[in-house]
Structure formats: C-alpha cells, structure tokens
Design a protein. Structure first.
Length: 693
C-alpha cells in the first residue's frame, strides 16, 4: 500500500491493495476513489483555512488603532473562527462573516479581505476606516451583505469590482467621502434590495462622443459632470430601500424610479433636486418612508396622497417649495409616525384628522402659510389628543389666528416640544399646558396672547427653554416659576407684565438666559438673581420701572456675557464688583440715575466690547485704566464727568466714543472738539486740570 504525506494528513492513494474476499473489484475501486476525494477535500480545506487566517492577520496589521481591543483575541492562542467578530461556516470552517461594527477602528482596509472567498457578510460600519475600498473585494463572489457606512473612506467607488459581487442584496457605503459617479455597473446587481450612498460627494457623470473638428470621421470622448439621479437605478427591480441623501446630485427625480415596485423606503433629501415629483412615484403603494427634504422641489401634493401611500410611516418634505393645501387624505395614512413639512409654502386650513395616527410622534408644519382666519381653524389640535405617543409639535411661523383649545392640556404626557411661535394666536394660554409634564421646549412667542401667565406652568419641571416674549400678557410673573429647576432660558420681554421680579427665580439654578425687558416691572432687583452662577449668556431687565441699586452680588456672575439694565429708575453707585464679571462683552447701564465715580475695575473686563453709561449722574474723572480696555464702543455722554479725556485705546477713535453732554471734560483727541486743559495748583497744592475757555 502506497502512502503520501500532505499538510499533516496520511492518506490512501492508488494503487490501493485490498484483498478481503467480501470486496468486489468495483467496490475496491470505488473505495479507493472515495478515500482520495476525501483526502483532496481535506487538503484543500486546510489550505483555505490557512489563507483565511493569514488574511485576517493582514487585515489586523492595517488597523493602526483599536481602542476597544476587539482584535486582542486575534492570535494563535485561539482558532481564528473563535476570534471576536469572526464567524465561520460549520462544514468547511471558512470565514463567512466579519462583524467589527462600532469598534472605533482606525486604519485602511486591507486588500487581503479579497482572499476571504467564503465571505457573505461584512459589517464594518461606524468606525474610522480610511483610504479606498480595495478592488480585491470584487473577488468575493459569495458576498451578500456589505456595510461600510459611517467611516472615512475616500476615492471613487470601485464599480467594476463591486459589480462582480452579483449576490449582493445589501450595499451601504453611506456617510463616507466617496466622489465621482454612481456606477452604472451597479445595474448588474439584480439581487440588490438595499442601496445606501447617502452623505457622500457623489454626482452623475455621462460620457458623450463628439465629432472631431479636424477629422469629421473621428470622435472625441468628453466627460461631463451633470446633475441628476441616474435613470438606470429604475432597473434594479428588487430594490426595497434607496438612500442617496446629501450628495451634490442636482437635476430632477427620474421617472424611472416609478418602476421600483418593491420600494418601501426612498431617501433623496439634500440632493439639490429641482422640478416636481414624477407622477410615477405615486404608484409605489408599498412606500413607508418618503424623504425628500432640503431640495428645490415644487408643485402641490396629490389630494389622494394618503390613499396612494397607505403604508406611509415617515413623510419628510421640509425645506422645498411645495404649495397648496395639506391633503386631507393624510388622515387615511394611519401608520404615520413622522410628518415633516417645515419651510414650504403650504397654505389654507389644516383639515387633517390626526386622530387615526395612533403612532404619530413628530408633527412639524412650521414656516408655511397655513391658516384660514376661520374661528375654528385650530380645532385640528383636538384630534391630536388621540396621538398618545406624540413627542414634538411644531406649528410656528404660519398665519394661524385662532384660539388655542383647552384640549392642549390633553395632549400626550410624553410631549417634549411645543412650538407655536410667530403666528397671530390670541386669547389666554390654556392652563392645561401645565399637565404636559415632559415638556422641555415651549415656544409661544410673537403672538397676541393676553391675560396672565398661568401659574400651572410652574409644574413643568423638565422645561429647559420657555419663550413668551412679544405677546400682550399682563399680570405678575408667577412665583411658581421658581420650581423650574431645569430651565435654561426664560424669555418674557415685550409684554405688559407688572409687579416685582419674584425672588423665587433665584432657585432656577440652570438659567443661562433671563430676559424680562420691555415690561412694566417695578421694585428692586432681587439679590437671588445674582446667585445663579450659570447665568452666562444674557441678563436683560431693560425698559422697566425698576428702582434701587445694583446688588454687589453682581460679581458672582463671572461668566455673564451680556448685562442690560438700561432705561429703568435705578440709582446708587456702580458696584466695583462688576469688574469680577470678567467674561462681560456687553454692558448697558444707560438711562438710569447712577451716581458716583466710574469704577476703575471696568478695565478688568478682558472681553468687553460695548459699555454704555450714558444719561446717568456719574461724576469724577474718566479712569485712565480704560485706555487699555479692549472695548470698541464707549458711551459716557450726558453725565457730570470732569477732567481730561484720555487719548489712547478706544479714546483714540472718535467714532468709538461719545462724551457729549459732560461740560467739565477737556482735552482728548481733536475730533472730539473739547476745550483745551491747563494745569494749575489748588490751595492744597494738588495738580488739577482746568478748562481754558
């Protein structure tokens, strides 16, 4: 019996001598052939296994950073089929899947990935893989799933190579840096059900042959980059999901996409598309996600849109030029979860019955021309009470003129955002809004609401942004607002509010913006306001009837950038502690009754841009230290200041300073046209500037 050693195996090979009497000659022959086949297969599998192992190690060698240590197990202590992220088939023990998604990997893709010939599934999304897709990936003829989205891959898509992977059913290259064309070679991927190329730099390139001017019989091939979605995509008849959003495609939506009768998800947002939606698209009755936002599309929506797309879950048409009414038939699309029609020119009365949309979470119809002026035009809000999962409601910047119904208080307790600003809504604010305990954003500004602010709004403990400015509200600021411990911005300016500023606002420790200007507030400024150390962006109490002095606690607001208490009846001295507000950029104290000296500590305001102390009763000299201040506008006009005006820094530019209305000032640069100063000795032998008339 002959023997041969091959990769560690000893196998039987012809000639094969078996002399047992119970074997026939034919049986002996078949037995020997079977043994040979098994040996050959084992040897081949062993060679393939070694190829896979070496290919994986080559893949690992290209990774320059593995912060999660996902490849720590990729060593000889384990069989490669047990390495993290690696899946092998049971029969041949060859690599069939590679899943290292969301692992933080940095580095290029190794060309050796093309040697993993049994690969069916590659999931490398959500990493920082860079470089180009290796062309060797075209060897993976068994590949069905390729997910490389959200990486840093560059270059053109290797069209000819990927098109050989004819078994591909899912290809996602989104959120990378690919350029060039959407490859026409993809037309061969007849099994493709999902194609994602979003968030790249892809365009469409066509090749056109022109007759040569020198030789009419010769043709010159020229390349022209033109806009548009390639028509051939309509031939991928198995497509269920197509995402091309945020590529500089331009052009129009091709009518051919209407042939994709299996299509359920279409994402073409942010492609700079123009024209109208082809009528053929509305024949795709299986559509569930229809996303065309941020383009230049125009036209009106079909009146029967909800019947054409009965399975619709997401309708995204924001930031286009659509006009006309919002179709009433949307009431029939009861599976809708998201409606985004923001920033178009939709108009007329909203007649949609949202009550059937039990899963509706987001409704955004803001920045349109919606509104009819009819007394019941806001009644559609009643139907939203059936949407128990509603999280966001945006109707701002429209032409709504009605009353807010009391049913607002019956909206979903999970509602987080209500934006109704910049309409012509009037009447009282429904007290029931205080029941919406999950609200973190409430915008009712720029309307005509009247009456008091409901104290019930103080129950909104999750509220972070609250805007009621520019309405006709009256009464007091509720003490209950002190319960809004999460509040970051409170905007109440431009109303008719009266009474004191409640000291309870000092309990709003998260406030970064407090604007109460242009009301009828009186009393003193509560010291508690200056204990809100997070008050960093703006404190605006201007144009009220506030009295008293600035509390010395102002120095606690070290991060405050803008402080405006102008046009009040405040008095006393400007506290020196204001110099501790080292981040101040804007300081408005004009139009009050402040007296005493200008504190030299103002020079400590290292980021200050504007100081306005005009129309007060300030006296004494202008601090010389202000010459070194970065301020670029200083208004000291109409006070009782005296002495010489400095000449450097902001004082060296007449367009950056105003000192008019201070009759005892002298000197300064010539453009200020002040009297000349002269030195003299007074009775106590101190040097003093006097004005020479």
């Amino acid at each position: 019996m002959a023997r041969q050693a091959h990769l560690g195996f000893v196998v039987l090979v012809p000639n094969c001598h078996i002399s047992k009497p119970y074997f026939s000659k034919s049986s002996i022959f078949l037995f020997c052939i079977t043994i040979l086949t098994i040996a050959s297969t084992s040897a081949s599998a062993s060679a393939g296994n070694e190829t896979d192992r070496l290919s994986l190690l080559a893949f690992k060698s290209k990774i320059v950073h593995d912060p999660q240590g996902v490849m720590d197990s990729w060593n000889d202590s384990l069989h490669f089929c047990d390495w993290r992220g690696v899946t092998c088939g049971r029969k041949h023990r060859r690599v069939t899947a590679l899943d290292l998604s969301s692992s933080g990997l940095i580095g290029p893709l190794s060309s050796h990935i093309g040697n993993l010939s049994f690969l069916r599934d590659v999931s490398l999304q959500n990493n920082t893989l860079d470089g180009e897709i290796p062309r060797e990936i075209g060897r993976l003829f068994r590949l069905e799933y390729l997910h490389l989205a959200n990486n840093s891959l560059v270059g053109e898509i290797p069209a000819a190579n990927l098109s050989r992977c004819t078994r591909l059913t899912f290809l996602n290259l989104g959120a990378n840096n690919f350029v060039g064309k959407i490859p026409v070679e993809f037309e061969s991927l007849k099994n493709l059900r999902g194609l994602g190329l979003h968030f790249n730099g892809l365009t469409v390139v066509i090749h056109t042959a022109f007759a040569s001017s020198t030789s009419p019989s010769a043709f010159v091939l020229k390349h022209y980059a033109v806009g548009g979605i390639p028509h051939f995509l309509g031939n991928l008849s198995s497509l269920e999901a197509l995402s091309l959003s945020y590529n500089p495609l331009g052009g129009n939506i091709p009518d051919s996409l209407g042939r994709l009768h299996e299509l359920t998800r279409l994402g073409l947002g942010g492609n700079d598309l123009a024209g109208t939606i082809p009528q053929s698209i509305y024949n795709l009755s299986t559509m569930s996600i229809f996303s065309l936002s941020e383009n230049r599309l125009h036209g009106s929506l079909p009146t029967n849109l909800g019947l054409l797309f009965p399975h619709l879950t997401r309708l995204q048409l924001s930031e286009n030029f659509f006009h006309g009414p919002i179709p009433f038939s949307l009431s029939k699309a009861y599976k809708l979860e998201m409606i985004e029609l923001w920033n178009n020119s939709f108009s007329g009365k909203v007649n949609v019955d949202f009550g059937s949309m039990k899963n509706l979470r987001y409704l955004n119809m803001g920045t349109n021309d919606l509104g009819s002026g009819e007394p019941d035009e806001m009644s559609f809000l009643d139907s939203l009470t059936n949407c128990s999962g509603l999280q966001s409601l945006t109707l701002g910047v429209n032409r709504f003129k009605g009353l807010l119904p009391d049913s607002m208080g019956n909206l979903s307790t999970g509602l987080e955002r209500v934006i109704l600003d910049t309409n012509q809504l009037h009447g009282r604010i429904p007290t029931g809004i205080g029941n919406l305990e999950s609200l973190y954003y409430l915008g009712l500004e720029n309307n005509h609401f009247t009456g008091p602010i409901p104290t019930e709004l103080g129950k909104l403990r999750n509220l972070q942004w609250f805007a009621l400015h520019n309405n006709d509200l009256s009464g007091k600021i509720p003490d209950s607002f002190g319960n809004l411990s999460s509040l970051g911005e409170l905007l109440l300016e431009g109303n008719y509010l009266e009474g004191n500023i409640p000291s309870s606002l000092g309990q709003c420790k998260s406030l970064s913006v407090l604007r109460l200007s242009e009301n009828n507030l009186n009393g003193t400024i509560p010291k508690q306001i200056f204990e809100i150390t997070r008050l960093s962006i703006s404190l605006n109490l201007a144009s009220n009837n506030l009295m008293g002095s600035i509390p010395s606690e102002i120095g606690n607001l070290k991060d405050l950038m803008a402080f405006d208490i102008s046009e009040n009846k405040l008095s006393g001295e400007i506290p020196v502690s204001i110099g501790d507000c080292i981040m101040l950029e804007v300081l408005y104290l004009q139009g009050n009754h402040f007296e005493g000296f200008i504190p030299s500590t103002l020079s400590s305001l290292r980021g200050i841009q504007i100081i306005d102390l005009s129309r007060n009763n300030l006296s004494g000299k202008i601090p010389e230290s202000l010459e070194a201040s970065p301020v670029n506008w200083l208004n000291l006009s109409f006070n009782h200041l005296e002495g010489q005006v400095p000449t450097t820094g902001v004082f060296g530019n007449s367009s950056s300073i105003s000192v008019v209305g201070n009759s005892k000032l002298c000197g300064g640069i010539s453009k200020l046209e002040l009297p000349v100063c002269s030195k003299s000795n007074d009775s106590k032998a101190r040097k003093k500037w006097i004005i020479i008339p």
